[in-house]
Design a protein around this ligand. Structure first.
Ligand SMILES: [Zn+2]
Length: 234
């Protein structure tokens, strides 16, 4: 295999490793943020339920006052009942008492429902707290592992850069320029194997002359389809 091709292939391998490391380094802080968001979500749920509970308790207070007022009304009206002279007034008062008593029944059922709502909401708060507690450790472990990965990736990145630099310096700068341009537009692959009679990069059929030139190794040969540098295994 031609010396420049060997070098470019090695460079391409290292550049691809470098790109993978960089991708991972972009991704890891996002993963840490996702873990933080999980925790925030539990806390937000707990806060929302607490807020709901507060509102329910305000509603309960209102209903209790309403109940008390109605009970007082019934008591007063019952006292009045005995002082009434006319039959008509008596009946009318009885009717009014009945109506307020019905209202009392309704308010009492509403209060029972509110107590159930309070129980349910308190249960939900406890559930969320338990979930948060059980997930907390897990979340911290993951974050710790991601932070470890970041440190590792940073070390790997400088190691691979240390290998890339001398290799690049040993290759013709014009060739490096072309190689880099190709990698940009060809998904990181600037050097492709001539696979039998086709280019492994773009899969077009190579002309016999092109294949011959690759075998002869006298010059750098490029694919007619994708312009990638071509090589054959020794
Ligand atoms: Zn090609």
């Amino acid at each position: 295999m031609k010396e420049e091709i060997k070098k470019l292939l090695e460079l391409q391998k290292l550049d691809n490793i470098k790109d993978d490391i960089k991708d991972r380094l972009c991704e890891l802080p996002q993963l840490i943020e996702e873990e933080d968001n999980k925790k925030k979500k539990f806390k937000k749920n707990i806060e929302d339920f607490k807020e709901a509970l507060k509102n329910i308790k305000v509603k309960l207070k209102e209903k209790e006052i309403e109940l008390q007022k109605n009970e007082e009304t019934v008591k007063k009206n019952k006292e009045k009942l005995n002082t009434l002279k006319s039959n008509e007034a008596y009946k009318s008062m009885q009717k009014e008492i009945k109506s307020v008593e019905n209202k009392i029944d309704r308010v009492e059922s509403e209060i029972i429902e509110i107590y159930e709502e309070i129980d349910n909401t308190e249960e939900k708060i406890e559930e969320e707290k338990k979930l948060l507690d059980s997930e907390k450790e897990n979340i911290e472990k993951k974050k710790e592992s991601y932070r470890g990965d970041i440190e590792k990736m940073k070390r790997n990145l400088s190691e691979v850069k240390e290998k890339i630099r001398p290799l690049e310096e040993s290759i013709d700068p014009e060739l490096i320029k072309e190689y880099k341009k190709l990698r940009e537009v060809r998904k990181g692959i600037a050097v492709a194997k001539a696979d039998g009679t086709s280019c492994s990069g773009c899969h077009i059929h190579l002309r016999p002359q092109t294949i011959n030139e690759v075998i002869q190794e006298e010059k750098m040969v490029r694919c007619d389809g994708c312009s990638r540098y071509l090589y054959m295994e020794d």
